[in-house]
Write a protein that binds this ligand. Structure first.
Ligand code: DGL
Length: 276
């Protein structure tokens, strides 16, 4: 990744785009890695979920959201949404020319290859990400001997938004989605690495770990992406680093549910409603 762009000097804010609140897990990781940077975050809450939409629709939405962030003067775009990263990166890079556009799939794939000894890697993601096979391609490009098993886990998205990440319903969902990876004889030997390939899944990391057991690595694409972005450039310290949030619908819900993903309080008065 770091080879794709020359070492950049940033004083413009970093744009972060997601279908909704899930990408706030990526924003939290970015802020941790780059406390001196300012961010503009756009959650396209009017159009979510992206995970069940066709690639053409996701590309169209992603281009429009990215335009809105470019109009705000961003110096770099992080596509925090795994589904948009899986299907829209080439179109975004083509449209925005010199603007560095970083998705979450490549860093997640890189971390998965580094942490898997056997090369048997499971990817948990939305339907759209699984269908697009972007993780599979990115993993196989780095490690042609890898065997990638992808599982669409759409119910995890609703559970994370509901705050149900540590209860009986979350455990039942984790059992249904994840246990077959370890019980099904077709998947022998079982994977030794599980990629949390959706913005929402880091919140369910605990119940997923209960099913996988301690010897299976869990790769959080939010954290691996933040580390890759931090390595890309040198962020000039803004006098007062700022985070500005934009949402296309429901700023009260964005702030209430988003706080859980961000891991910090969010005031709806600090969220700007925008129309794309
Ligand atoms: N942000 C999406 C992702 O990471 C999950 C939510 C959605 O489907 O919009 O794939």
């Amino acid at each position: 990744l770091s080879g794709s762009y020359r070492k950049l000097q940033f004083d413009a804010p970093v744009g972060v785009f997601d279908s909704g609140v899930g990408g706030l897990t990526v924003l939290a990781a970015l802020r941790h890695e780059m406390p001196q940077a300012s961010f503009v975050y756009l959650g396209d809450t009017a159009r979510l979920p992206y995970g069940t939409k066709s690639p053409e629709t996701v590309v169209r939405y992603a281009l429009r959201a990215a335009e809105a962030l470019v109009e705000r003067g961003i110096g770099l775009l992080v596509v925090a949404c795994n589904t948009a990263s899986a299907v829209a990166l080439p179109s975004l890079r083509q449209r925005f020319g010199d603007l560095p556009v970083i998705g979450v799939v490549e860093p997640g794939a890189e971390a998965a290859c580094a942490s898997s000894a056997s090369g048997r890697i499971a990817v948990l993601a939305t339907e759209g990400t699984v269908r697009g096979k972007a993780y599979e391609r990115a993993i196989l490009a780095r490690r042609p001997d890898a065997q990638v098993i992808s599982v669409a886990c759409p119910v995890f998205v609703a559970l994370a938004e509901e705050g149900w990440h540590d209860n009986a319903v979350a455990r039942a969902a984790a059992l249904a989605y994840v246990a077959p990876l370890f019980a099904d004889p077709r998947h022998r030997p079982a994977p030794d690495c599980v990629v949390l390939g959706c913005t929402h899944f880091p919140l369910l990391s605990g119940v997923i770990a209960e099913i996988c057991g301690p010897s299976v690595a869990r790769v959080d694409s939010a954290q691996t992406t933040a580390r890759s972005v931090a390595r890309l450039g040198e962020w000039r310290a803004a006098a007062a680093p700022r985070v500005h949030c934009l949402a296309t619908d429901g700023i009260e819900r964005f702030a209430r549910v988003g706080a859980r993903f961000l891991g910090a309080a969010l005031d709806p008065r600090d969220v700007e409603l925008v129309d794309l």
